[in-house]
Design a protein around this ligand. Structure first.
Ligand code: PA5
Ligand code: NI
Length: 194
């Protein structure tokens, strides 16, 4: 479709009134990502929980287009670690992304191939700019609510999941004494692969 279009983000869930693709990510797709592997296996043996969902509007994956949609991370923890997205670099590394938080509370964990890292808070009406070259992962730190964000990124960005799958993020977000805290990932290893 090459005509202007509109859609609504319908409260209270903010699911778009139209979308082309609904991605459902379950616990089983996060193998090796959570620090407490025992808690992960135990949870998985009970049920393969849905951790997050993405609603995408389909656009050509080319320069000039903007891909956009809604990401919904459900509340919960694996061990002490909050539910989160896989996280990724963009395949075309030097592409940025904008997030607007619509609901819930959480953080975006980010890092660069050079080793810089950042964690920014997300709450309703908050806008986050993820500059080119920064890997990003949304983490839901609420006990009860979905973390809902609207995202926009260049059509030719692509998703590189492999780097994060191999090395993890430098920082993890866990619950300690009822509060979210950012800790070093003891299993983080720079692959030097990028
Ligand atoms: O492009 C983005 O960064 C988002 O749309 C994410 O894809 C979404 O939040 C899901 O995360 P991930 O792609 O890391 O599974
Ligand atoms: Ni992205």
């Amino acid at each position: 479709m090459n005509k202007p279009y509109t859609f609504d983000l319908i409260k209270p869930d903010f699911i778009p009134s139209r979308y082309d693709n609904h991605i459902i990510r379950r616990l089983s797709s996060m193998k090796g990502q959570y620090l407490d592997q025992q808690a992960y296996q135990k949870m998985l043996s009970h049920t393969d929980r849905v951790l997050y969902e993405v609603y995408e509007l389909k656009r050509p994956e080319i320069v000039g287009e903007l891909l956009h949609g809604i990401s919904i991370v459900h509340p919960g923890k694996v061990g002490q670690e909050f539910f989160m997205t896989k996280g990724h670099f963009h395949t075309l590394l030097e592409t940025a992304e904008v997030y607007n938080c619509l609901k819930g509370q959480g953080v975006m964990v980010m890092e660069t191939p050079e080793g810089d890292w950042a964690v920014e808070e997300l709450y309703p009406s908050r806008v986050l700019y993820v500059p080119p070259c920064w890997a990003h992962r949304s983490v839901n730190t609420s006990r009860t609510d979905d973390l809902v964000t609207f995202f926009v990124y260049p059509g030719n960005s692509g998703h590189d999941y492999g780097t994060i799958e191999q090395q993890g993020f430098r920082k993890l977000v866990i619950e300690e004494s009822g509060q979210p805290v950012v800790i070093d990932n003891p299993r983080w290893q720079p692959t030097g692969g990028r």
